[in-house]
Design a protein around this ligand. Structure first.
Ligand SMILES: [Zn+2]
Length: 133
């Protein structure tokens, strides 16, 4: 099935499709979740984490702080499988360290990462943007 990602109602940037199984691990009050198709908002400045038609779950409604969001604390995670922190986001070696762990122990980004996707994608993008500044 093909989905065209909807725009986040808050920042108006297109998010990425997220599985309901992923959300079940991160939304505090899962009784609020409907049967909708949900999306993950990756915009650093936006406090929306998940959204669908007419529904928004903000950063305060999920049980972990996301290190990729501007408002999160320095101790929030950027890698949820191996608990690397926002303070390590710009360390060049962090990508290598996470890769070694994934190679040896695998990963469960689908359940542990709020986006449902591997954190390396976001870390590499942010480090690349930083090196171009
Ligand atoms: Zn947003």
């Amino acid at each position: 099935m093909f989905f065209i990602a909807q725009k986040c109602p808050n920042c108006k940037i297109r998010g990425s499709r997220v599985q309901n199984d992923t959300m079940m691990h991160h939304v505090k009050d899962i009784s609020r979740m409907g049967k909708a198709i949900y999306f993950y908002c990756a915009t650093p400045e936006c406090d929306t984490i998940y959204y669908s038609d007419g529904e928004i779950f903000t950063d305060r409604m999920i049980n972990k702080e996301i290190g990729f969001k501007k408002n999160s604390s320095p101790q929030s995670a950027i890698c949820f499988c191996y608990n690397y922190l926002k303070t390590e986001l710009y360390e060049p070696s962090v990508v290598k360290k996470i890769n070694i762990r994934i190679e040896n122990y695998g990963s469960r980004c689908d359940l542990r990462s709020p986006s449902g996707k591997c954190c390396l994608k976001y870390i590499k993008k942010i480090q690349k943007e930083e090196s171009q500044d």
